[in-house]
Design a protein around this ligand. Structure first.
Ligand code: C2E
Ligand code: MG
Ligand code: MG
Length: 320
């Protein structure tokens, strides 16, 4: 390419970048103006004959557009990070695995999933974000293995939209192939609602994933669906008892009864049990006395950066 042509291309790229920046500025200005206008209109509702549901819709639309725009930028600029919460094997006292929990590093703030995952699901961006989570979690787990922590597994939370996505299996196969992680070290966390929405399809997808050697876990167990028959029909490995029951273990006998019944039910079905939200020694003792397999919660550790999992694993493994 001659120098003249090269300069021309550079100029063209710079001009396009400037245009994008200008469009971004205009978009943000318009969105702020529209928001201010709607706020004014709501304050003077006597003058405005627009139904409040319409105004709410407008608000929602603007928020959605704003968020979509920011989420797209966050994907492009690698603003997402994964923190990991360790899973304690109650019987051996070792850290056996960790759950990947997404955070958004945005302008010196760390945003938690509840503040952006619903929007990512609504806009469909969760597919892209979810793919990144799967790849990054596999890569990180392989790194732990290479550092000598071969027994660690990693769990990834799936969104219902990802679960309905046609090529989930390919995405996972690809992530495992690219990172070299063995399928047995990967666990997927789904909720009861996700598998019960389209049970026939769910059974097929789960069977394919299990055939690959991947483990399936039901998150927030006890919070959603009342039918238990799916536990027999679907290839599930683990139940995670919802933290509500664990956090209220000491408050009333009903939560203790449900927790011990779930542990017993799971073991009869050859499933393992994780208790989430363990915050006190008393809760851990109760779980140990009732032969619960794993515990997760602030008592063991809050979700931490990946390097801290290495330190925690060594610390727990030494103390037993
Ligand atoms: P989850 O999968 O049930 O994760 C457990 C949540 O409980 C986490 O909140 C964790 O920080 C919190 N937690 C753990 N131990 C304790 C405890 O002892 N006490 C209390 N009070 N809380 C505890 P977090 O990280 O804010 O995640 C919230 C939810 O967001 C997750 O619930 C999961 O459903 C979703 N999520 C997180 N990461 C991802 C992701 O990568 N993809 C998708 N689709 N969803 C995600
Ligand atoms: Mg989870
Ligand atoms: Mg949970």
């Amino acid at each position: 390419m001659n120098a003249l042509c090269h300069d021309h291309l550079n100029d063209e790229i710079e001009r396009l970048f400037a245009q994008i920046k200008e469009l971004e500025r205009i978009y943000q200005q318009l969105s702020r103006q529209a928001q201010a206008l709607i706020e004014q209109m709501t304050h003077h509702d006597a003058l405005v004959k627009l139904p409040s549901s319409f105004l709410q819709q407008c608000f929602h639309q603007i928020e959605r557009m704003d968020m979509e725009h920011l989420l797209k930028k966050a994907i492009d600029q690698n603003e997402f990070v994964l923190h990991y919460q360790p899973k304690l094997n109650i019987q051996t006292g070792q850290i056996d695995g960790a759950e990947a929990l997404i955070r958004w590093r945005r302008e010196n703030h760390l945003l938690f999933p509840d503040s952006f995952i619903p929007n990512a699901e609504e806009t469909g961006l969760i597919i892209q974000i979810g793919e990144w989570v799967i790849r990054e979690a596999c890569r990180q787990c392989k790194e732990w293995h290479e550092a000598g922590l071969h027994h660690l597994s990693v769990s990834v939370n799936l969104s219902p939209i990802q679960f309905e996505q046609q090529d989930l299996e390919e995405v996972i196969i690809d992530a495992l192939a690219q990172t070299g992680l063995s399928p047995g070290s990967l666990e997927l966390e789904l909720t009861e609602g996700m598998v019960m929405k389209q049970p026939d399809n769910a059974a097929l997808v789960l069977k394919k994933l299990q055939d690959l050697g991947i483990k399936i876990s039901i998150d927030d167990f006890g919070k959603g669906f009342s039918s238990l028959s799916y536990l027999i029909v679907f290839p599930i490995n683990t139940l995670k008892i919802d933290k509500f029951f664990i956090m209220n273990l000491e408050k009333d006998d009903a939560n203790a009864a449900i927790t011990s019944a779930v542990i017993s039910l799971a073991h009869h079905l050859n499933l393992q049990v994780v208790a989430e939200g363990v915050e006190t020694e008393e809760q851990l003792h109760f779980l140990s006395d009732h032969s619960c397999d794993f515990a997760q919660g602030y008592l063991i550790s809050k979700p931490v950066e990946p390097h801290a999992i290495t330190t925690l694993s060594h610390k727990f493994n030494r103390s037993y």
